[in-house]
Ligand binder design. Structure first.
Ligand SMILES: NC(=O)c1ccc[n+]([C@@H]2O[C@H](COP(=O)([O-])OP(=O)(O)OC[C@H]3O[C@@H](n4cnc5c(N)ncnc54)[C@H](OP(=O)(O)O)[C@@H]3O)[C@@H](O)[C@H]2O)c1
Length: 386
């Protein structure tokens, strides 16, 4: 029997049914061989079966009996007092936790302030209260985002930077900024070991199964696909125009020179595990912050090219202003994924600490048109063919 089992030592993970948390859970259970307690919504059995279905999808099959035996689920909610747990369960978890990975959050990038603050700020406060009752050596890994840099448009954002002087593009950014300030203050006050991870826009190039957690680029691909395949109210589908028709021209209110930091999930997950798990003993007490980003920004032009190559007959034009939108343009404008709120940024992200603590991990490959096409779910036949 392993030492972890004898001592009942566990890693508490929130957000395990989500896009990032599920990937981290798979790594913690398998390559890192940890015992993990997942705290999530729903009943314990619902949560366990949801988590296992997602893990099996990610692993491309079963995760193995040993990894399954290391997984425990507790029904809870990060916004509720005592995380929604019975006091005895809360106390036992606090005694057993060797690490807390806080990945639960609301990622509605253009969502309402109150809702985002409840999940992201208040939820983080509850997690900090919990972490305070764990052993002083218990480390906290807090999932933040590069979006905490808010409205800053240019220059290189350093990993240590955390300021509200440029304001915020969205309530999401502000909620994640507030959460990060709480984490920093808490760690300083208690001298606790904390790793703050700030990913860019994490994407996945693997085939997406219905019901599995998605990512922002997938949302964009699905929205364009809705118009192209089925049309939308008042909008003819592009396929109906394919036989020599004029095609469909759509203006997107996004600057033509917009760029985004898109980071592949495989690289991001491994980097986060190396920092939050493998390096944990050496990071020491206090807060360290890590940009988990791609070394190069992805131009909007490449995203447009990937869409147009797949949906032949569709022409996208990036414009600064959108006078007299057509029904199709209004539909797109109303459904644009939130990451396009960051289209005015020309900033880059320093990676000094992240590189130092992920030594030997190759940089992700450049993001190209094929990768973007896969990430947006353009895996089937080209719609105009046939
Ligand atoms: N995806 C990205 O590109 C990206 C980039 C930078 C930072 N991040 C950060 O990474 C974290 C996870 O993002 P994600 O993309 O994995 O999001 P996601 O797929 O939407 O997953 C969110 C997770 O949080 C859980 N959750 C939400 N509210 C909760 C609550 N009140 N109590 C317990 N669990 C709750 C969800 O549980 P349910 O299944 O019950 O809803 C789900 O497991 C967020 O903090 C986000 O800010 C994400």
């Amino acid at each position: 029997m392993s030492r972890s089992m004898l001592l009942g030592v566990t890693t508490l993970l929130t957000g395990a049914t989500g896009f990032l948390g599920s990937r981290l859970l798979l790594g913690l259970l398998t390559t890192r061989g940890r015992h993990v307690t997942v705290l999530g919504r729903g009943t314990v059995s619902e949560l366990r079966s949801r988590v296992l279905v997602i893990l099996e999808d990610l692993a491309g099959g079963g995760i193995g009996a040993r990894a399954r035996s290391r997984l425990r689920c507790v029904a809870g909610d990060v916004t509720r007092p005592w995380l929604g747990l019975a006091p005895a369960v809360y106390g036992r978890l606090a005694r057993e936790a060797e690490a807390v990975w806080h990945c639960a959050g609301d990622i509605a990038l253009t969502g309402e302030r109150e809702r985002l603050f409840r999940a992201n700020v208040h939820g983080t406060e509850r997690i900090l209260q919990f972490a305070e009752s764990t052993s002083p050596s218990c480390r906290l890994v807090h999932m933040s985002t590069v979006a905490v840099a808010g409205g800053r448009r240019t220059g290189v954002v350093a990993e240590e930077d955390l300021t509200d002087t440029s304001g915020f593009e969205t309530h999401y950014d502000e909620s994640k900024y507030r959460a990060e300030t709480l984490v920093r203050d808490w760690a300083r006050r208690l001298d606790r070991p904390v790793a703050v991870l700030r990913p860019g826009i994490v994407a996945s190039g693997r085939a997406h199964r219905e019901g599995m957690p998605g990512h922002p680029l997938r949302v964009l691909g699905d929205m364009i696909g809705t118009i192209a395949r089925n049309g939308a109210p008042g909008i003819p589908p592009v396929v109906s125009l394919r036989r020599g028709g004029p095609g469909l021209r759509l203006r997107l209110r996004v600057p033509a020179d917009a760029e985004f930091n898109i980071v592949p999930d495989g690289y991001a997950t491994e980097a986060m595990l190396r920092i939050g798990h493998d390096a944990a003993e050496d990071l020491g007490h206090g807060v360290r912050t890590f940009h988990v980003v791609h070394p190069g920004e992805t131009p909007m032009r490449l995203i447009v090219e990937a869409i147009e190559a797949h949906h032949v007959g569709l022409t996208l034009e990036c414009v600064g202003d959108l006078p007299d939108p057509t029904p199709a343009e209004s539909f797109v404008a109303g459904h644009l994924p939130g990451f396009l709120s960051y289209c005015h940024h020309r900033r880059a992200y320093g990676r000094r600490s992240a590189l130092a603590w992920t030594d030997g991990l190759p940089d992700p490959a450049p993001i190209d048109r094929d990768y973007l096409a896969r990430a947006m779910g353009f895996t089937g036949a080209v719609p105009h063919a046939g």
